[in-house]
Design a binder for this molecule. Structure first.
Ligand code: FAD
Ligand code: FO1
Length: 449
């Protein structure tokens, strides 16, 4: 049984005689998916078919063909997996505010389930759908190990205040997943999904090329997880911040598109035969940092605005608004990696070429944007624009929170005051050089040009 604390009733209503519909959005996978398992439980209780619906929006927060290509390949695998379980998968071109209510009335659906996502656009989508349907509408947190609304009832100040709440609840939620059953009630057979036509419905920038170094989909995600656990986890603590090395898991694109469950990663990482210090360092990022990002976006409506920063940070940044900027760069110069700083340029080019900047570099990268643009608002806009345009894992609570941490001190503390930054933590080229081998990072990126 799915723990009922993972589900919230967004709207009560009169259940129809038809199938249960799971509107899949954030968690785009058949395996280890609490929202799908919850929907199947309801369909079995009512002895009705189970239909999974995905609404392919023509655009999404500046995503390009790079991200849509990765996502659509993953959805093709979902289609296969669900067909094998006698679960109908329907992908509709268009805005979910229209396509989902239309489907509910067409199928005379019994009940609607969707997966949790704290982003503003998702809140708006769900609000519109909620107004236009009259069947019960459930939201299930299939992304976090500890459901966001259970972990904390308010915006957390920092990882320090959040961690004890997560640690206390983790044992109850860090459970093995039930297996998705072959569904005994069939929905009418549908022709296979017209992927060509659906891709033509997209209104996306095709100038940001798809990347080849990482394969999309649930199977590739599982392979990536296994190879990380076997080959890299045992040196994670020591290597993870050394940008010239390849010590990260590269799971974030799979986690962002929900092609892999973070809870699955936790369950497997717990079994891995590696030093405790490495496991803990990894789980701190994967559980505490990641779920803290959902907490920030869920409880702070201004998660991508200056307004969302803590008072001390707004105060200090305001005090330093008119400090002289030694360097000022236009968006194009930043986007092309044409600044005076070779290290920063390499990080920018790594993101543009590979679609995934090294985690340590993202902090330095965003902080320099604060230093080289006219205001914190400009810095936020530029950082979010570039992050969401080029990162495979962009358009994610982790991104908005990571940028707010770097530029606005969210979840961080005040440091010694300095020009432009005030008390916001500063990061310098020299500081990087103490942490990792800068010349070989620059060399590594140059080799990709
Ligand atoms: P690993 O080091 O292998 O970590 C494993 C997982 O832990 C990650 O996939 C992620 O889910 C989680 N994690 C690791 N570091 C963080 C963190 N700092 N905050 C939250 N979760 C974390 N992450 C995104 O998913 N999308 C983004 O758009 C994004 N933008 C960022 C922008 C800035 C300015 C900063 C400072 C951080 C950003 N991050 C973002 C967080 C982090 O850098 C990435 O999650 C990480 O680099 C992804 O690579 P990985 O999966 O190989 O990481
Ligand atoms: N979710 C959808 O329900 N429909 C989409 O068409 C869609 C496109 C999309 C493109 C890029 C991207 O990064 C995310 C996209 N998402 C879409 C949402 C995604 O599944 C995640 O829910 C959020 O981006 C992260 O919270």
């Amino acid at each position: 049984m799915v723990d009922l604390r993972r589900a919230r009733l967004l709207k009560d209503g009169i259940a129809g005689p038809g199938p249960v519909v799971y509107w899949m959005s954030r968690d785009q996978r058949a395996r280890d998916n609490w929202a799908l398992l919850f929907a199947q439980e309801r369909a079995l209780q009512r002895k009705v078919p189970l239909v999974v619906a995905f609404s392919l929006s023509p655009s999404f927060l500046g995503a390009t063909i790079r991200q849509y290509g990765f996502m659509i390949e993953g959805l093709k695998e979902v289609e296969e997996e669900l067909a094998a379980k006698n679960i109908s998968f329907q992908v509709m071109a268009g805005n979910p505010e229209k396509t989902i209510p239309a489907m509910i009335s067409k199928l005379k659906a019994g009940l609607l389930v969707t997966d949790f996502d704290p982003l503003r656009i998702k809140r708006e989508w769900k609000e519109k759908v909620r107004e236009r349907i009259s069947v019960p509408f459930w939201e299930v947190d299939a992304h976090n190990v500890v459901p966001c609304w259970v972990a904390s009832h308010k915006q957390e100040f920092s990882a320090r205040t959040f961690r004890p709440k997560i640690d206390r609840l983790l044992p109850e939620f860090k459970v093995e997943f039930p297996v998705l059953k072959k569904h005994p009630f069939s929905w009418e057979r549908r022709a296979s999904i017209p992927w060509e036509r659906l891709s033509k419905s997209l209104r996306v920038d095709k100038s940001v090329s798809e990347v080849k170094w990482i394969k999309p989909g649930e199977k590739a995600a599982k392979r990536a997880l296994n190879s990380f656990l076997e080959r890299k986890l045992s040196s994670y603590q020591e290597v993870r911040n050394r940008s010239e090395l390849d010590g990260q898991s590269h799971l974030s694109p799979y986690l962002h598109f929900g092609q892999l469950s973070a809870q699955r990663v936790v369950l497997e990482a717990e079994k891995a035969d590696v030093p405790q210090v490495d496991r803990e360092a990894f789980l701190e990022e994967l559980i505490v940092r990641r779920e803290l990002s959902d907490n920030y976006c869920f409880y702070n409506l201004y998660y991508d605005h200056f307004e969302g920063f803590p008072d001390w940070a707004k105060k200090t940044l305001n005090q330093h608004r008119s400090d002289a900027r030694e360097y000022l760069y236009e968006l194009e110069e930043l986007e092309m990696g044409r600044t005076h700083d070779e290290l920063w340029n390499s990080a920018q080019l790594e993101m543009v070429i590979r679609g995934k900047m090294h985690g340590f570099m993202r902090m330095y990268w965003a902080k320099k944007i604060l230093e080289w643009t006219p205001s914190p608002e400009d810095a936020l806009e530029v950082a979010i624009y570039l992050n969401d345009r080029y990162e495979l894992d962009g358009r994610d609570p982790n991104g908005y929170t990571g940028i707010a941490w770097s530029i606005g001190g969210v979840h961080d503390r005040a440091w010694g005051s300095r020009p432009i930054f005030g008390k916001i933590r500063y990061m310098s080229y020299r500081g990087c050089a103490r942490k990792f081998n800068v010349p070989s990072y620059i060399e590594k990126v140059r080799a990709w040009l």
